[in-house]
Design a protein around this ligand. Structure first.
Ligand code: SF4
Length: 150
């Protein structure tokens, strides 16, 4: 079994109420090979929601209590992203997937790049909060960029 960021499967769980459909990944769900999940919804965030970014750090830093996640209005949403990561880990431990395909650049799902917390579109190397927790527990992480549509 595979776990996939739900927005990649076409589920409208993104902050703006839309999705990041990748047809290859949606087909995996249709064939019953993959289960979609959205960490931010699992953490209790509404949809649509104000976009958020990790301020001055990465998902590892958030888990270690070294930095916070804020939304575009400047409100702290760290506890939502941590709860989402913990619930996602619980799901992964139940399913024990051979791989988890995550949406790159998200403050929850990003695997190699995230936005830098300034809401200016600038990116830095680093993982989102859920990706960092899943990696810490030894799960095999991939991104949608490993499943490019032709
Ligand atoms: Fe997609 Fe992950 Fe953001 Fe949910 S938290 S909308 S699954 S990138």
């Amino acid at each position: 079994m595979i776990l996939v960021s739900a927005c990649l499967a076409g589920i409208n769980c993104k902050y703006n109420g839309k999705n990041n459909l990748n047809q290859i990944i949606q087909e995996m769900v249709k064939r019953g090979e993959a289960v979609p999940f959205c960490p931010e919804q699992l953490g209790g965030a509404p949809t649509p929601r104000i976009p958020c970014e990790i301020k001055s750090g990465t998902g590892e830093d958030v888990l270690a209590g070294r930095c916070q996640v804020i939304n575009k209005k400047g409100e702290g949403v760290t506890s939502i992203l941590i709860k989402g990561a913990e619930e996602s880990l619980k799901l992964a431990q139940m399913i024990n997937p051979q791989k988890i395909i995550l949406k790159e650049r998200s403050p929850s799902c990003g695997k190699t790049m995230i936005y830098d917390g300034t809401f200016t579109g600038r990116k830095i190397p680093g993982m989102g909060v859920t990706a960092a927790l899943l990696k810490k527990h030894g799960f095999n992480l991939l991104t949608e960029e490993d499943f490019k549509e032709n």
